[in-house]
Design a binder for this molecule. Structure first.
Ligand code: HEC
Length: 195
């Protein structure tokens, strides 16, 4: 009796096993171990603070390499930046060359290659009121140049999204160099990078 039972059992298991299709997954006893249960992108789940898989970035987050600009977009902010903000990027020959490159791309079309306010667009009367960098009434400084690149001023747009902080300061050096040239001042001496 016992051996008959064994034979039936073996025959039964053969029948059972031989029916499985090897190209298909077999029975899964604990499916979670084979297939994880991830959260879908942008899915709604109660477990998250806003019941949203996509969380808001933490307050005060800034992108890598970005330095926040603390002066306000107001006449007072402009004035304070003009008086106290200075360019910390070393004034080296290499940095000035990079500044020129960016200046020629972003600024020269209006301000002119030498900063006299007579760029291509001005010559063709596409834009008016572009000042020369040696304009006495404006008396621009490193700080004010950065400020207007950051926020823009009247018909001139902002460059804060086009260039990173360092690039803006490189252009700033070049603008101050053009200003000194227009005023007939002796060129500023180059520094050596001490980093
Ligand atoms: C589309 C033309 C245009 C471009 C491009 C442009 N500017 Fe200007 N910029 C102007 C005009 C117009 C003004 C005068 C705005 C006013 O005060 O009414 C001005 C003013 C300025 C001033 C004087 C602001 C002051 O303190 O009174 C500076 C400095 C300056 N621009 C720098 C730059 C730099 C640097 C770039 C490139 C990153 C640049 N501009 C690109 C049109 C332009």
């Amino acid at each position: 009796m016992k051996s008959l039972f064994t034979i039936v059992l073996i025959a039964f298991s053969f029948a059972f096993i031989s029916c499985s299709d090897k190209r298909e997954p077999n029975y899964q006893y604990f499916p979670n171990m084979y297939e994880s249960v991830p959260y879908d992108t942008y899915g709604e789940y109660e477990i998250f603070p806003q019941e949203q898989e996509a969380l808001l970035i933490a307050e005060g987050t800034i992108s890598r390499g970005f330095t926040p600009y603390e002066y306000e977009d107001s006449p007072e902010g402009y004035q304070t930046s003009k008086e106290e903000l200075t360019n910390e990027v070393p004034y080296t020959e290499e940095n000035l060359a990079k500044g020129k490159e960016l200046y020629d791309i972003y600024c020269a079309t209006c301000h002119g290659e030498n900063g006299n306010g007579k760029g291509y667009l001005v010559e063709r009367e596409k834009i008016l009121g572009v000042p020369s960098y040696d304009d006495q009434g404006r008396a621009i400084t490193e700080g004010s140049v950065y400020h207007v690149m950051w926020y823009g001023i009247n018909t001139m747009g902002s460059y804060a999204s086009q260039m990173n902080n360092k690039e803006l300061w490189l252009v700033d050096h070049y603008v101050m160099k053009l200003k000194a040239e227009l005023e007939g001042k002796a060129p500023r001496e180059f520094e050596t990078e001490s980093e």
